[in-house]
Design a protein around this ligand. Structure first.
Ligand code: UTP
Length: 298
């Protein structure tokens, strides 16, 4: 009988980046706290992890990110005030979003040396079990939550999983790209990967979208990983090292929904439109107002 793969209980959220593309908004406020409709971007991503069965949420924070910790803590005065004013619906919604006691951990990346380094900072909290990794500025908008779909594939195949999506051929140099055995399949085995390939050298047009399931051996590679593209310690470089080992497999899971890079201004604005239009009780009115706006010459 084949053994089923170890359960994924923990998810890592690296939130220590500087958010330079979003200055000045991110001067005093983390970009992960920018709101898409009425929820901070990071809350949308934590929701996705919870929907996939994650039980422990590990945040790798940095300077000026304390408000993220506050967001996932209870707010006694606010909760009591809501109760006293009979705002039960609002109170219930707040409490529903809150992770349970002991279900969050926070660690610091003292210097923003790159995504790979941020993930390595979580090694003591994750320990020796496989874990999920979600990049908080990438919103995956879909009726089938991305991480839950990856979990299904993981149950069957085990190993390491990376969510991917196609980009136009002339944009591959901006992304982490994978080469797979069959690019048309929903789930395919990864043969190679490269961070920001030089134009014309990408092994496919499938880019890594920011959702991963990783085996804990990645931490040993990250510890020794030299800076790569952009002089940052790149996760993709360490994943390539893991892929080259005989005992490790990587599969790409195609994400079929819409991606919004909320670290960029355009992606963030589009996310607000998409999530706003799909929100019950808001979408119809928003669509009417948008149509009016679009018909004006501004
Ligand atoms: P990004 O490169 O998109 O984030 O990293 P950034 O560096 O904040 O953005 P810009 O380019 O300056 O605008 C993807 C994710 O990895 C985290 C970021 O917080 C983001 O969620 N990250 C990146 C870290 O936690 N530490 C790092 O050293 C780099």
């Amino acid at each position: 009988m084949t053994k089923s793969p170890a359960r994924i209980r923990k998810a890592v959220f690296p939130v220590a980046g500087l958010g330079t593309r979003f200055l000045p908004a991110t001067k005093a406020m983390p970009k992960e706290m920018l709101t898409v409709v009425d929820r901070p971007v990071i809350q949308h991503v934590v929701d996705e992890a919870r929907a996939a069965g994650i039980e422990h949420f590990v945040f790798v924070t940095g300077r000026n990110k304390g408000v993220i910790e506050d967001h996932f803590d209870s707010q006694f005065e606010l909760e009591r005030t809501l109760q006293e004013r009979g705002k039960e619906k609002e109170l219930a919604a707040l409490l529903r979003d809150l992770p349970g006691a002991g279900q969050t951990s926070f660690t610091r990346q003292q210097a923003a040396l790159g995504l790979g380094h941020a993930v390595w900072c979580a090694r003591e909290i994750v320990g020796s079990e496989p874990f999920a990794l979600l990049l908080p500025d990438m919103l995956h908008f879909s009726s089938a939550p991305c991480l839950a779909t990856m979990m299904e594939a993981y149950q069957e195949l085990g190993g390491n999983m990376v969510a991917v999506s196609p980009v136009p051929d002339d944009q591959t140099q901006n992304y982490g790209i994978v080469g797979v055995d069959n690019a048309q399949n929903q789930v395919s085995e990864i043969k190679t990967m490269v961070e920001k390939p030089r134009p014309g050298t990408a092994p496919s047009n499938l880019h890594i979208t920011g959702r991963y399931i990783l085996q804990p051996e990645i931490f040993d590679l990250l510890e020794k990983q030299k800076p790569g593209a952009g002089n940052e310690i790149q996760l993709t470089d360490a994943m390539l090292g893991l892929l080259e080992r005989d005992d490790q497999k990587f599969h790409a899971v195609r994400f079929g929904g819409q991606l919004y890079d909320c670290g960029s201004k355009l992606g963030f604005l589009m996310a607000n439109v998409a999530y706003g239009l799909s929100r019950e009780g808001l979408g119809d009115g928003f669509r009417r107002e948008l149509n009016k706006l679009m018909s004006k010459d501004i």
